[in-house]
Design a binder for this molecule. Structure first.
Ligand code: PSV
Ligand code: MN
Length: 394
């Protein structure tokens, strides 16, 4: 056993089963987004990057590079129509050839001229029908690709007070979602993402986790809430939302990213890694306390405009892996004792100790098991992958 790993093991609290922790880390599964590999950017400028993927097949190749380096990103989320093709079977076959699977299918209800006043909440029934039709088309794509998840973010909302009636929009939303829900297959599920602003700036029709969850509860057991870390007002306690949704059995998915100001889509963990750890602390506590496994789809939602895209994705995966590893090593027994005794200093110290722990030696062991490089980011940067695709895709 190497020295650093030995020291880490010695420092662990009693009761931590290191084989269990290693197993959990080896089974971690983070989905990466196709839209993170192509040229996209802000509304100000798209800085085109040499070698950026030009179509869904090249996006899959980049995703495969991330998976080869990290070993924990076997699925790729698609966005329709950004990834529209005539034959989706071909996409699924190519993914399989690369050792990948098709993850969540994301409908796009925000880029057609008709959607100026909304999609499924629009006052005009013909626009609502078109939007529902698009979601049904996405379910067909799920059937063709083997995807199990329809992941919906709705850009619907209004820009001015009085523009439309909140309650009438709410009822249109529910009616449309019932139609979509009814078309889901037995093994398929619907994730509902919320966001309190943008592109509408007065109100959005699914503004927060409460609205998303009420809708998911009305729809039924195949519908759950998706938490995107960039979709909350500054200062929101996201880990509390996560714990609450776990307890209600309605946490279905994550969109990982990081923010300083709003929905900045920065590399996960870039701004507040302690928050990421506290979120994972709730997930690890949930896993430890529930009798059944949590059924959560962990996805990254980032599209980098100024950072090299594949490297940024690997950086994000590493940050998520670190947060999970630290959370798995929290001394839960002592934490509960401290909480029960009202010992605030001790409780917080236990969490900080887990956050401050260097988990690198543990991750190296897990990566060894997975057959991937000990340092994925470094290995990718040294691999010559970027130079190769720049040449091929020029
Ligand atoms: C919206 O801001 C969002 O978070 C949704 O998940 C979209 O699908 C994604 O970003 C890409 O626009
Ligand atoms: Mn998102």
């Amino acid at each position: 056993m190497d020295k650093a790993y030995e020291l880490l093991i010695k420092s662990l609290p009693d009761g931590v089963d290191i084989d269990f922790v290693q197993d959990k880390l080896a089974k971690q599964n983070i989905e990466t987004p196709s839209w993170g590999y192509g040229d996209s950017g802000t509304r100000f400028q798209v800085f085109k990057q040499p070698g950026a993927a030009r179509n869904v097949f090249e996006k899959l190749e980049d995703a495969a590079e991330v998976h080869h380096m990290t070993g924990i990103t076997p699925n790729v989320a698609l966005h329709i129509p950004w990834d529209k093709v005539s034959d989706y079977k071909e996409v699924a076959d190519y993914a399989q050839k690369l050792g990948l699977g098709v993850g969540a299918i994301n409908p796009n209800l925000f880029q057609e001229p008709e959607y100026k006043l909304g999609s499924i909440c629009h006052p005009d029934p013909t626009v609502r029908e078109k939007a529902v039709g698009h979601m049904l088309e996405c379910i067909e794509i799920m059937n063709a690709t083997g995807s199990k998840v329809l992941s919906l973010w709705l850009a619907d909302g209004t820009n001015y007070p009085g523009q439309d009636d909140f309650r009438r929009r709410k009822r249109r939303l529910e009616e449309a979602m019932h139609t979509v829900y009814a078309a889901l297959g037995d093994e398929q599920r619907l994730l509902i993402e919320y966001k309190f602003f943008e592109p509408a700036f007065y109100h959005t029709d699914i503004a927060d986790w409460g609205m998303a969850t009420l809708l998911a509860m009305k729809l039924g057991p195949k519908a759950d809430t998706l938490v995107d870390l960039g979709h909350h007002a500054l200062g929101t306690n996201i880990e509390h939302i996560v714990a609450y949704l776990i307890d209600e059995g309605k946490l279905g998915g994550f969109h990982f990213n990081s923010k300083k100001y709003a929905d900045d889509d920065l590399t996960t963990g870039a701004i507040n890694p302690y928050e990421l750890f506290l979120i994972y602390n709730e997930l690890a506590a949930g896993e430890a306390n529930l009798e059944s496994e949590l059924d959560i789809v962990y996805m990254i939602d980032q599209s980098h405009n100024v950072k090299p895209k594949v490297a940024a994705m690997i950086q994000s995966v590493e940050q998520i892996q670190i947060a999970y590893a630290k959370a798995l090593l929290v001394d839960r027994k002592s934490l509960k004792e401290a909480q029960d005794q009202g010992d605030i200093i001790e409780a917080e110290t236990i969490l900080r100790a887990a956050y401050d722990r260097d988990v690198t030696p543990l991750l190296i062991k897990v990566r060894e098991k997975l057959g991937v490089p000990a340092n994925p980011l470094k290995a990718h940067l040294k691999s010559g992958y970027l130079a190769k695709v720049v040449k091929e895709r020029s």
